[in-house]
Design a protein around this ligand. Structure first.
Ligand code: SAM
Length: 224
């Protein structure tokens, strides 16, 4: 993949902020995701969160936890985490609100046994409740504005089967400062609320190996 210049990265960030603001102004705050995937016309470098690899924290978690079963990848983007779990032997369903992202992912990861679905976290099929041994959320809640972030986060815990595991990974807000998102780094209080009713077994705040900024990230893990 071609490495973008600082100027191109800044332009892409500005474009995303402007798409997000305009979607919010039209009272359809999640619409810009599909607009971004669609207008990227298959050019992965236009999708700033897509790195071609699974998230390092998810990889680390799987290295010390190796149960297998039914995994649900929430807001799967271009499918790197879903593909990684499928290769490990998980029975994976991955969903995203963007039809273009789902169609694109299914092409990139053609040949892997993954159920690709267009779904909205705010309105999931009822028969998904209590069905999943693993639910993984990477960079979704931090990418959606507060008014939908709270109702969206409440949808995660009920998806877990007995003994199931919920993982949330994202940017950590240690200063309490409000930033102009997306993304909006998440506070510890908010992160803890994601797994309401579950047992939080880990909350680690750390950096990713390749991070060259001071930004902190987190992984939080809960069990039912
Ligand atoms: C910042 S991206 C992260 C994508 C992927 N998880 C990753 O880490 O590369 C956020 C993703 O969440 C999806 N998304 C946002 N709101 C959603 C919702 N309500 N239901 C399902 N997917 C959603 C977007 O389309 C986008 O693909």
């Amino acid at each position: 993949m071609r490495v973008m210049s600082e100027k191109e990265i800044a332009e892409l960030r500005d474009r995303i902020h402007s798409m997000a603001r305009s979607a919010e102004a039209k009272s359809d705050p999640l619409a810009w995701f599909e607009d971004l995937y669609e207008s990227s016309e298959g050019n992965v470098s236009m999708i700033p969160w897509s790195r071609g690899d699974p998230h390092q924290f998810l990889v680390e978690w799987t290295e010390s936890n190796n149960p297998k079963g039914k995994a649900l990848v929430v807001g799967s983007g271009l499918g790197e985490d879903a593909a990684y779990l499928a290769k490990l032997g998980w029975d994976v369903t991955a969903f995203d609100i963007s039809p273009t992202a789902i169609e694109w992912s299914s092409r990139i990861h053609d040949g892997l046994n993954i159920q690709w679905r267009v779904e909205n976290l705010l309105d999931l099929p009822q028969d998904w409740t209590g069905q999943w041994d693993l639910v993984v959320e990477v960079h979704i809640l931090q990418a959606i504005p507060e008014e939908v972030r709270y109702p969206a986060s409440e949808k995660l815990a009920p998806l877990l089967a007995l003994d199931g595991t919920l993982i949330s990974i994202g940017l950590f807000n240690s200063s309490g400062e409000h930033s102009e998102g997306p993304p909006w780094p998440l506070s510890e209080t908010f992160i803890r609320s994601i797994g309401e009713g579950l047992n939080q077994i880990a909350l680690e705040v750390k950096k990713r190996q390749e991070d060259d900024t001071d930004r902190l990230r987190y992984i939080s893990v809960w069990k039912r």
